[in-house]
Write a protein of this length. Structure first.
Length: 293
């Protein structure tokens, strides 16, 4: 086993980022009961699989332990794993302007105190897209099962653990066989088309994570993907650190009714008007309300 540290920004909270939403429960992630250790399976440039163990360290920093590497970890591999760590924990997201805005709101001062608001991400935009697609029109148990079966399409290490499949590995399956394995209903066709377009070089979704891109631009690109309506597109924007859209689903509407209308059924327009004063962070503020529901 080999390990190294990845520096985190001031105020970073490992646990708060881990529990920021349900991604920690989706394969290939695994986690400890105290939410202070996160694991995943990744592949190095030579195709070999390694287990990555993430834990908080002083600094603040993240301790990364790599299991399964043959020989010494090459400098190039360490650089890539460092970049991977930074992506998973959203370390390059500057939360300073968000916290500065929320300091004036007693209801949300806890966010800065706990280092909340930095959302856990998957290893790639592709993986985040797949997992977001699998959250649409289903239960959380359904999402977990579908993602688990999709992950089983990826390579397997000696301990039986799978790395998340690449677009090419998914695109190599026929739709009927894919459907029989992952049992994702209509999402199977959308997944296969997305994988095929990325594998063919038609889509470069990893570039959509560029902070320089305008939120509206990325939002429109997301809406062009089959299976991605306003809710799924807004979830993806939050993962990319763009918080100016509300991800309105049943849970968000229920939360709003309980916290702001004494159980009365709100309209989406009412919800949007309520959060508009927090622009351009209204999507995150809604998420904070969901976290403390």
């Amino acid at each position: 086993m080999t390990g190294f540290l990845v520096t985190a920004p001031a105020g970073f909270n490992f646990r708060s980022t881990m529990i920021s939403h349900g991604w920690l429960m989706l394969a290939p992630f695994d986690y400890s009961d105290d939410y202070l250790r996160l694991q995943t399976i990744d592949r190095l440039d030579d195709g070999s699989l390694v287990q990555l163990n993430f834990a908080p360290a002083a600094g603040p920093a993240i301790r990364v332990e790599v299991e399964g590497v043959k020989g010494r970890l090459r400098a190039a591999s360490k650089r890539r794993l460092t970049e991977l760590t930074r992506r998973i924990f959203n370390l390059d997201l500057d939360m300073t302007p968000v916290y500065r805005r929320l300091r004036t709101e007693a209801r949300y001062r806890w966010a800065e105190q706990r280092g909340a608001g930095r959302l856990l991400r998957a290893a790639t935009v592709w993986e985040d897209l797949v997992k977001t697609l699998m959250t649409t029109n289903t239960t959380w148990a359904g999402t977990r099962n579908m993602v688990k079966r999709i992950t089983e399409l990826g390579p397997q290490d000696d301990a039986g653990r799978h790395a998340f499949p690449t677009p090419a590995e998914v695109a190599g399956h026929r739709q009927q066989a894919l459907q029989e394995h992952i049992r994702a209903g209509y999402r199977t066709a959308y997944l296969l088309e997305l994988a095929g377009r990325i594998a063919a070089g038609e889509l470069d979704v990893e570039r959509w994570d560029d902070p320089a891109l305008e939120s509206d631009d990325v939002y429109q690109r997301l809406l062009e993907l089959k299976g991605f309506g306003p809710y799924a597109a807004s979830v993806m924007l939050k993962l990319m650190g763009k918080f100016d859209r509300l991800a309105l689903d049943t849970a968000a509407r229920s939360m709003y009714a309980q916290q702001f209308t004494e159980g009365g059924k709100p309209t989406d327009r009412q919800i949007r008007e309520h959060y508009q004063p927090y622009a351009p962070y209204q999507g995150l503020v809604l998420w904070l309300d969901l976290m403390v529901e």
